[in-house]
Design a protein around this ligand. Structure first.
Ligand SMILES: *Cc1c(COP(=O)(O)O)cnc(C)c1O
Length: 477
């Protein structure tokens, strides 16, 4: 099209950064800072009424847009009552890392720079910093520096990727090319997984087309660790090399499977061991905790979160595979339009995604801020605080700790399930702390996860006080 004097210039209403958008970005950053500053004092939970909150956002899309500043103002004022302080040092629910401020600050840059982190060619600084995260984490976790690593959204995807890499490699060893032929008519892969595994690797088995119904669930001990006898027996029944999924960090107890015994047994028959270490694998970084997971470094693949124990902002985790070629051949989607850069680390070769945000950058900032000693100290501190909590509850009649405190998870129960549920509800709605619900060995539990970088023994004292007060109010109204 040639432009003549009659053709108007085509120009969007928005410029890269007009005054309105500059104000909006400034307001968002200022709100972010004051939000974080206020977290330590407020109650753990805001007055969440899902339906009331939903009513603020259920209108139709208006025909006319609003200014950027009005939009940000609206989001902050209407959403705040429904923002749950997951990053508070007194939030003990699920297993949620505390999102360190330096990581959040780096995340601002991730968004502002808007790099497509798929390619080292297109975004060399991001690829270099993300590769440092991979190297540093392998080193901290005591895993070989030759492993393949993909930076993914979290342990669910990391487990799925590890399981897919295992599937492809196990079939390849039996002469089956899954890329070419798919799974129809493929040789069998027996699947063995503990009875107390997290739901994420079970989902991974489904995503990989391996079937859940045919997975053999291995009996576990009182802490949720697989029993070696059960593994031995199941292995003796396997007609083909199996995929065995083990766990570092059971969600209720923190217990880790007996890797040193189990892994060589599986590998001796040509099998593959994948470890779901979403939070627990970080204990491998700490000399004082290493006895919990002796031998874990012998596995074939591992899933570990960055947004849990490393306290990175959501979302980030690592899929680590001992044989880098297995990870890349399972994950790379390289087409003819992507330049071939030979041996350079190409982020997209190790993940399901092609285009993606630079989700490794916040972890780069956190690792550099803490240093190796800082990471070790944080993980060890959380485990010591968990033991401190268990010790503090010893002289609290009516509040029983059900697990051996192996890491940072504490499972608490009252005399009956009904009292447990009432105490939990009272603490969550009226207390200054926020544990969450679980079920362990047929009993309702109050599950406490100590994993926030800023949590101190004062916060644990507050939790104990909340639990004791709630129990008193319920049992002696
Ligand atoms: C949290 C968790 C997962 C899932 O990780 P996401 O980061 O939520 O995807 C898997 N396994 C264990 C043991 C976990 O604690």
């Amino acid at each position: 099209m040639t432009k003549n004097s009659a053709t108007p210039t085509i120009r969007p209403k928005l410029t890269p950064l007009d005054a309105d958008n500059r104000d909006a970005m400034t307001a968002a950053a200022q709100h972010a800072i004051s939000y974080r500053a206020s977290l330590a004092d407020g109650p753990a939970k805001p007055d969440l009424r899902p339906n009331d909150i939903a009513a603020r956002f259920d209108g139709a899309l208006p025909d006319h847009g609003e200014t950027a500043m009005d939009v940000i103002d609206h989001i902050i004022s209407d959403a705040s009552a429904g923002i749950h302080p997951h990053t508070s040092p007194r939030f003990f629910g699920y297993v949620c890392g505390g999102s360190m401020p330096v990581g959040a600050a780096a995340d601002f840059l991730v968004t502002a720079w808007g790099q497509n982190a798929a390619s080292s060619w297109e975004s060399p600084s991001i690829a270099a910093m993300e590769q440092a995260v991979c190297r540093w984490c392998l080193d901290l976790l005591g895993l070989p520096n030759t492993c393949g690593v993909g930076i993914v959204t979290g342990a669910t995807v990391a487990n799925a990727q590890g399981i897919i890499a295992a599937r492809d490699a196990l079939l390849k060893r039996q002469g089956w090319d899954v890329d070419e032929h798919g799974l129809f008519g493929a040789p069998e892969i027996p699947i063995l997984i503990g009875a107390d595994a997290h739901s994420a690797p079970l989902a991974g088995l489904r995503y990989a087309g391996l079937g859940l119904g045919r997975a053999i669930r291995l009996d576990t001990d009182a802490q949720g660790r697989i029993q070696i006898k059960a593994l031995q027996h199941a292995l003796s029944q396997c007609s083909h090399p199996p995929l065995v999924v083990l766990q570092a960090g059971q969600i209720n107890t923190g217990a880790c499977d007996p890797f040193a015994e189990a892994i060589p047994m599986v590998q001796a028959m040509g099998g593959w061991v994948h470890v779901d270490g979403a939070f627990g694998l970080w204990a491998a970084a700490v000399p004082e905790l290493r006895d919990r997971l002796v031998g874990v470094e012998q596995a074939d693949s591992w899933a570990v979160d960055l947004h849990k124990w490393l306290n990175a902002p959501y979302d980030a985790g690592l899929c680590i595979v001992r044989d880098r070629a297995s990870l890349i051949s399972a994950m790379s989607a390289r087409g003819a339009y992507l330049p071939d850069h030979g041996e350079t680390w190409e982020p997209s070769d190790s993940t399901l995604e092609l285009s993606r945000r630079a989700r490794g950058l916040p972890s780069y900032a956190i690792l550099k801020h803490l240093g190796a000693a800082g990471v070790r100290a944080m993980v060890l501190r959380h485990c010591r605080l968990a033991q401190y909590l268990a010790d503090s509850l010893q002289d609290q009649p009516g509040l029983e700790v059900l697990n051996d405190v192996a890491l940072n998870q504490v499972a608490i129960a009252c005399e009956t399930d009904q009292i447990t549920s009432q105490v939990l509800h009272r603490v969550q709605t009226g207390g200054k702390t926020y544990p969450s619900h679980g079920e362990w060995r047929g009993r309702q539990i109050i599950r406490v996860s100590i994993i926030n970088h800023a949590t101190s023994s004062d916060d644990i004292d507050t939790l104990v006080n909340d639990l004791r007060t709630a129990l008193q109010e319920i049992t002696q109204p």
